[in-house]
Design a protein around this ligand. Structure first.
Ligand code: NQM
Length: 356
């Protein structure tokens, strides 16, 4: 069998396989079957494929030229299961997004300028747009640089991500239940969607500190079962329907900051616990804590005006630049930006395991 052209990249704190849409089967069912075999899913170790035995390393970015004149490229994100054979386009991913612009330049979809190249990306999962700016000295992508992001060793070139139209990306409203706070299973919750449908809970309301490690949280079955009950109820209230088999909404436990940030978080994505926090997850978490009346608002040590909103997570901090303001029809996101890095790990052909 011929291999399929593929680039493996780290995008932010995640890792995924990047493809040109034309290199994959046009039929979504055939494409998804191929991608499961590429990733080595279903298998908890993904021993026969590219996957890294975690949802954060079982991700796919599919890139194609944009047809709409406003953006340069289209990006479709697919989340694959690890031990379960599923592929879903019902969530976006801002970490894998960080690799899309360099990939598009490397594949010749966008001409590189010198010294930087802005790439406007339409995110097909939600319809939102992001402008990613790539370091391209001498009109070549340069992955090396001096930005350290927590959760990734070393440093790399900064890729600023500037988002538009993230409010209500999957649900139609920044606060999709129409409230700044609701109660599910007796627990106060803020449902928010600034690019990623997210439910914010206070860790203390669930009997934990919010400083536990991902491993400690994942083995606490009383906790995880309660969070899942809240998630299922919140999914209905957010207009997402039955989310039992869906990877959204994400569940964020908030607590007071302890590492010089503005708030501490632990994110369930939704069953494994994130080793850091997603990009759109962080933007949504920040947006869902800024208005007074949201459940975590009083836990936040708000930054000085103009300073970033530094969210603590299990492996450090992630500073996002987010603001929200009242709007005639509810609340609007007035700023949503973040810095990420990406790295090309290999570029070649992938030979998926055969159908069984
Ligand atoms: O929220 C994992 C990740 C993500 C999502 C997840 C992300 C985002 O790759 O934009 O990046 O929540 O499933 O970190």
């Amino acid at each position: 069998m011929n291999g399929v052209p593929c680039m493996l990249m780290r995008g932010g704190t995640s890792k995924g396989a990047y493809f040109l849409e034309d290199d994959l089967p046009a039929d979504p069912a055939e494409r998804d079957d191929l991608l499961l075999r590429v990733m080595g899913t279903p298998d908890p170790r993904q021993i026969d494929g590219l996957g890294g035995a975690h949802p954060l390393t079982s991700k796919v970015g599919i890139v194609s030229p944009s047809a709409d004149g406003d953006t340069d490229v289209d990006y479709l994100f697919l989340q694959l299961g690890v031990d379960e054979a599923f592929v879903t386009d019902r969530q976006n991913c801002g970490n894998i997004l960080a690799g899309v612009a360099p990939f598009a330049i490397e594949r010749g979809l966008v001409p590189a300028a010198d010294p930087t190249t802005p790439v406007r990306i339409r995110m097909r999962n939600t319809g939102s747009v992001c402008t990613a700016t790539v370091a391209t000295p001498g009109a070549r992508v340069d992955y090396d640089g001096d930005l350290a992001i927590d959760g990734v060793p070393g440093t790399a070139a900064a890729i600023p991500l500037d988002f538009e139209g993230v409010a209500g990306s999957s649900t139609g409203a920044l606060f999709p239940t129409g409230n700044l706070a609701d109660v599910f299973d007796g627990v106060p919750a803020t449902c928010v969607d600034a690019g990623m449908p997210t439910v914010i809970l206070r860790a203390s309301d669930l009997g934990v500190t919010g400083r536990e490690s991902p491993e400690e949280l994942e083995v606490d079955t009383a906790l995880t079962e309660r969070i899942e009950r809240i998630r299922l109820a919140a999914g209905h209230a957010m207009g997402l329907g039955d989310v039992a088999g869906a990877t959204t909404p994400k569940m964020v436990l908030a607590s007071a900051p302890v590492m010089g940030g503005v708030v501490a978080t632990r994110s369930f994505i939704p069953h494994r616990v994130h080793t850091s926090i997603g990009v759109l997850g962080a933007i949504s978490a920040a947006a869902g804590m800024i208005p007074a009346g949201t459940v975590a608002h009083d836990l936040v040590a708000f930054p000085a005006p103009g300073d970033p909103f530094a969210i603590e997570h299990p492996t450090g901090r992630f500073a996002v630049d987010v603001d929200v303001a009242p709007a005639p029809d509810g609340w609007a996101v007035t700023r949503a930006a973040a810095l990420r890095t990406a790295r090309k790990i290999f570029d070649g052909a992938i030979f998926p395991r055969p159908r069984t």
